[in-house]
Ligand binder design. Structure first.
Ligand SMILES: *[C@@H]1O[C@H](CO)[C@@H](O)[C@H](O)[C@H]1NC(C)=O
Ligand SMILES: *[C@@H]1O[C@H](CO)[C@@H](O)[C@H](O)[C@H]1NC(C)=O
Ligand SMILES: *[C@@H]1O[C@H](CO)[C@@H](O)[C@H](O)[C@H]1NC(C)=O
Ligand SMILES: *[C@@H]1O[C@H](CO)[C@@H](O)[C@H](O)[C@H]1NC(C)=O
Ligand SMILES: *[C@@H]1O[C@H](CO)[C@@H](O)[C@H](O)[C@H]1NC(C)=O
Ligand SMILES: *[C@@H]1O[C@H](CO)[C@@H](O)[C@H](O)[C@H]1NC(C)=O
Ligand SMILES: *[C@@H]1O[C@H](CO)[C@@H](O)[C@H](O)[C@H]1NC(C)=O
Ligand SMILES: *[C@@H]1O[C@H](CO)[C@@H](O)[C@H](O)[C@H]1NC(C)=O
Ligand SMILES: *[C@@H]1O[C@H](CO)[C@@H](O)[C@H](O)[C@H]1NC(C)=O
Length: 365
């Protein structure tokens, strides 16, 4: 009997060794700790995880994603260093002695997410909303939160709009390509005229408008975000003007509104807003701004996109122009001698650089 009890105690103590403080189960990062590549923070109820991830390329990013087994692209909600990838798995998130929240890595200067004021006592917690919040411990003051720096994805609890006191805007910015998180050419946010509508911009041009918000829904009958699953609110006071929203979760446990590199808006059900198809006779063109076309093009033209590698030597843009696939499409549309466009780099879907073909024999459209 006694030996049995001793066995149990022994087992408990070895168990304790294994479940003891482990950086992969905590929701909070305190000063002096680090989240290394491979470690994860998990929110209290287990809804979200924070950690480093990589896509098809050898670029590493710090991000937040729904805690499920889908591919990272499909459950991601936030990317911290989209314009500053780390080139190997040396990344580490810390709060240093001065209160800086930063990503250190082997390849150069750290990426600072929040600049502390020396000597502060702070910690950062991953909440079950998907928000990562840095707080001063002595008075719980919020110093920084990931929801204030949206990536290309909106989740309930986030805002789209502007803080009138600081001028800080909350908006989404698309990626540059399928697996290229760098800032792309589409933004999704509140109309800068502070009218109660949402807009998608291509560069600074209006690309799509939601119509104004009435009783939780946008007036555009074709706008996919206007359906019964979405309840938007528009709030405007002396401090801030913004939209927020809630989602009827019967269609998804992991609500996300995503603006993709082609300027399309989608959720877990599929594409909700798609202005690309305004040239292919699709019916989903409601509220897309008509393109300003030269006389040689007609809105009825059937226009094909070819995201494949171009072997022919057609006309090429200088790589320094750094075009996305949609920039290239616009260039092609506006140049009457253009019959097709394609990538000049083999990994076409990443779409960082594109060329424009002018040879009439390139394609038989
Ligand atoms: C990561 O890359 C940097 C240079 O970019 C190098 O100095 C460092 O040793 C590498 N670290 C690892 C863990 O490979
Ligand atoms: C909390 O800490 C900060 C930074 O050290 C300090 O400036 C502030 O006065 C402290 N607040 C309280 C209530 O102690
Ligand atoms: C930081 O704040 C925590 C909680 O208020 C406190 O227990 C701890 O002693 C503080 N640390 C320092 C270095 O002030
Ligand atoms: C905002 O106002 C300017 C000037 O009146 C107008 O040109 C622009 O189209 C408006 N933006 C939207 C999204 O309506
Ligand atoms: C939509 O949200 C508003 C504000 O949060 C709330 O008052 C209203 O009841 C909600 N409507 C529906 C249909 O859920
Ligand atoms: C605006 O901010 C001030 C200062 O933080 C606060 O006292 C006030 O209640 C805020 N107003 C609204 C409508 O939230
Ligand atoms: C939107 O923001 C308002 C004001 O902060 C808040 O009262 C409301 O609960 C928020 N709605 C949602 C759906 O988050
Ligand atoms: C292209 O432009 C984007 C945004 O301006 C920038 O982040 C990226 O580094 C540029 N890429 C190249 C290859 O110049
Ligand atoms: C159209 O493309 C040709 C190259 O084939 C170029 O010389 C011309 O300047 C372009 N026209 C416009 C309006 O961009």
């Amino acid at each position: 009997m006694a030996s049995k009890v001793r066995n149990v105690i022994l087992c408990l103590s070895c168990l304790l060794l294994f479940v003891g403080p482990s950086s992969s189960l905590l929701e909070t990062l305190v000063q002096g700790q680090e989240v290394k590549d491979g470690d994860e923070l998990v929110s209290a109820q287990g809804n979200f995880k924070l950690g480093f991830f990589t896509l098809e390329s050898n670029n590493y990013y710090l991000g937040i994603w729904y805690n499920d087994n889908r591919q990272r692209q499909d459950n991601l909600v936030w990317v911290a260093n989209r314009d500053s990838p780390i080139f190997n798995n040396s990344g580490s998130l810390t709060i240093d002695d001065n209160g800086n929240l930063k990503i250190s890595h082997g390849g150069g200067l750290p990426i600072v997410l929040y600049s502390g004021q020396g000597g502060s006592n702070t910690s950062a917690v991953l909440l079950d909303t998907g928000n990562f919040v840095l707080r001063e411990l002595n008075n719980s003051e919020e110093l920084w939160q990931s929801f204030d720096y949206p990536s290309h994805i909106l989740v309930p609890g986030m805002k789209l709009g502007v803080n009138r006191k600081t001028g800080h805007t909350w908006s989404l910015t698309s990626w540059r390509g399928v697996v290229v998180p760098d800032l792309g050419v589409f933004t999704f946010g509140m109309d800068s005229n502070h009218t109660n509508q949402l807009v998608i911009l291509w560069h600074d041009n209006i690309y799509w408008t939601s119509g104004s918000l009435e009783r939780g829904h946008f007036t555009s009958s074709f706008s996919g975000i206007s359906d019964s699953y979405y309840n938007f609110s528009y709030i405007s006071n002396e401090n801030e003007t913004f939209f927020n929203y809630s989602v009827e979760t019967s269609f998804t446990k992991s609500p996300r509104l995503v603006i993709d590199y082609l300027g399309r808006l989608s959720d877990d059900r599929g594409i909700l807003v798609d202005c690309i198809s305004r040239f292919s006779g699709s019916s989903k063109v409601e509220r897309c701004m008509p393109a300003q076309l030269p006389e040689c093009r007609s809105p009825d033209d059937v226009f094909y996109s070819h995201f494949t590698f171009m072997y022919n030597d057609g006309f090429k843009f200088s790589e320094s122009e750094n075009l996305t696939v949609m920039d290239c499409e616009a260039k092609c549309l506006n140049n009457c001698s253009c019959v097709a466009y394609a990538s000049t780099i083999e990994d076409a879907q990443t779409g960082v650089r594109f060329g424009l073909a002018h040879r009439q024999d390139l394609m038989d459209l």
